[in-house]
Design a protein around this ligand. Structure first.
Ligand code: TEU
Length: 541
């Protein structure tokens, strides 16, 4: 079986707006990423997933693109971008671009022209519909950012579709010319020497709006195969689809090498467990530990050789995992290491979201005025109108809002966490004096070095990349699994709780302690207590 570089690396996601600001405007920039490449090289990552840096009016922080072949002025210039690609390559780091082609900005020239009327050559690049018989919206499709997914274009009397904000009109992928424009744009970036694409909500491009079919439309995989042939198919690129609706079954459709589509997908099954069934992420429910383990394990075993996993706890849309499922007070470091160890020893390509490697936590808000994210702001107004209390809505936002992970990167304990000399676009988490990169680098027991060690283990031991996976049947709070490869066996064990936990795994003799988040080597695996969030990787016979 052919192997690929993107199976062996760890990817680091940079959210440029919040990473590092070099010109004092309070917004991170490309020179800021270049300045921190040595830091990322020290961590050991092999690729950066770069959230969008293209020209954008920033209704959704760059996920609303008005020019795919220009750089957002606040972030820098195309020369900076070329420099970033080259400087990263010098350190064996590939740049994976965010490909946002389910929609554009309403300020993209295509949409500006399309709005001129039905005769516009770009009209059909977007999705238009006449009003329903009663004169209202064409159907019941709902935007991910609240309200109808249809907005009336007064001039023509037709509605246009936007599955996200009004300023993110959906592209019409049934139009072959539009598809060719997207492929040409992708080739422009490939020619610059990028390492791949992270494909934003790619499972929506096969939609049939008139039938209210949104995800996993019938033509989706035809389009991806066509895209593969027209762009990256003959290149060694990392391509990862963001697919909220992925099951192990359809993940194989995307990532089975024989089908020539993508390298892998992001699946979100585990991310949706702590919400009321059938409702939204804002409708909070406790995390069922056993279901989490079972969900993750199913993905580990079901893809076999017909697909490839990606592994993540966090990204720019999700809360910080330590606050969400760990303990961001007393056991911040220990629980952070627990999540790192449990995830990075699984089979698949791991992703680290900026700040995760130093254990950044959710940033509390007490008033909607402190929130910048369009998703949370729209939710707030929608739920107020529906009669929810302010307190209840703010609780949901504090727990699940996207700004939690978007506060500026905490570099040191100087003002604004060393992120900017100006006023940060979003307030820095007040805990930056204790939690920051300088502190983490100075402490040899910090979470940073756990991540560094995990990345090194992956480089040194093919077992981590290629080994088989078996979940052990244990108490819900005990997360235990085995990896096996060419006669070697590793055991990964972690205590998913704030309490001591009995450990009794007879039948294994410890040969070597590879990683442990509490002091000391591991001897016996029987009649032992695990401390809160204690986690370890041991080679066994
Ligand atoms: O996210 C897709 C998406 O569905 C999320 O917006 C999701 O609804 C929510 O954040 C979590 O429940 C992608 C990008 O990652 C996100 O940042 C963009 O806002 C969105 O697409 C539109 O481009």
């Amino acid at each position: 079986m052919a192997t690929h570089w993107w199976q062996e690396v760890v990817v680091y996601q940079v959210y440029p707006r919040s990473f590092y600001d070099t010109d004092g405007d309070g917004i991170g920039d490309l020179q800021g990423i270049i300045a921190k490449l040595d830091y990322l090289a020290e961590l050991g990552i092999g690729a950066i997933w770069l959230s969008p840096v293209y020209q954008s009016p920033n209704d959704d922080n760059g996920y609303d693109i008005s020019d795919y072949q220009n750089i957002m002025a606040e972030f820098g210039t195309m020369a900076d971008m070329d420099q970033l690609i080259q400087e990263a390559k010098r350190r064996n780091i590939e740049i994976v671009m965010d490909l946002v082609v389910n929609h554009t900005s309403d300020e993209h020239p295509w949409f500006v022209d399309a709005k001129k009327g039905k005769e516009s050559p770009y009209r059909d690049y977007y999705v238009w519909s006449d009003p329903a018989a009663d004169g209202g919206v064409p159907n019941g499709l709902i935007s991910n950012f609240s309200g109808s997914a249809w907005t009336l274009d007064e001039a023509s009397g037709q509605y246009y579709l936007h599955l996200f904000s009004k300023k993110q009109p959906d592209l019409n992928w049934t139009n072959p010319q539009l598809r060719q424009e997207v492929y040409d744009m992708m080739n422009y970036w490939i020619d610059k020497g990028i390492g791949g694409f992270r494909m934003d909500v790619i499972d929506l491009i096969g939609k049939i709006p008139e039938k209210e079919i949104i995800g996993n439309g019938p033509k989706l995989h035809d389009y991806l195969q066509e895209m593969n042939r027209a762009t990256f198919g003959d290149k060694e690129l990392l391509t990862v689809g963001e697919t909220w609706g992925a099951t192990p079954e359809n993940a194989k459709l995307y990532s089975d090498p024989k089908r020539h589509e993508l390298s892998m997908v992001f699946q979100f099954e585990h991310v949706m467990l702590d919400q009321e069934p059938g409702k939204t992420k804002w409708d909070l429910a406790p995390l069922p530990l056993n279901e989490l383990k079972v969900a993750l394990a199913r993905w580990q075993t079901e893809l076999g050789t017909e697909g490839w996993n990606s592994l993540f706890w966090e990204n720019h849309d999700l809360p910080r995992v330590i606050s969400r499922w760990g303990n961001d007070q007393e056991y911040r470091e220990a629980s952070g290491k627990f999540f790192a160890i449990i995830l990075h020893l699984m089979k698949g390509t791991p992703y680290i979201y900026q700040g995760e490697e130093i254990g950044m936590t959710n940033a509390p808000v007490t008033d909607i005025g402190q929130v910048a994210d369009i998703e949370s702001i729209n939710l707030y107004h929608e739920r107020l109108a529906q009669g929810y209390s302010k307190e209840a809505i703010l609780e949901s936002i504090n727990r699940k809002g996207r700004d939690n992970a978007r506060t500026p990167m905490q570099w040191d304990d100087s003002e604004n966490a060393g992120f900017t000399t100006g006023t940060p676009w979003l307030a820095v988490n007040p805990n930056y004096r204790e939690i920051n990169v300088a502190q983490a680098l100075a402490d040899e027991n910090s979470l940073f070095y756990t991540y560094q060690k995990l990345i090194q283990l992956r480089k040194d031991h093919p077992l981590v990349v290629w080994g088989d996976f078996e979940l052990l049947d244990t108490a819900p709070e005990l997360f235990a699994y085995v990896r096996r490869y060419e006669g070697q066996t590793w055991l990964v064990v972690g205590n998913f709780s704030n309490e001591n936990l009995a450990l009794d795994l007879p039948g294994y003799q410890v040969v070597e302690t590879l990683i442990h988040n509490y002091p000391g080597e591991i001897g016996e695996l029987t009649n032992r207590q695990l401390a809160p969030w204690e986690a370890m990787v041991v080679a066994v016979t």
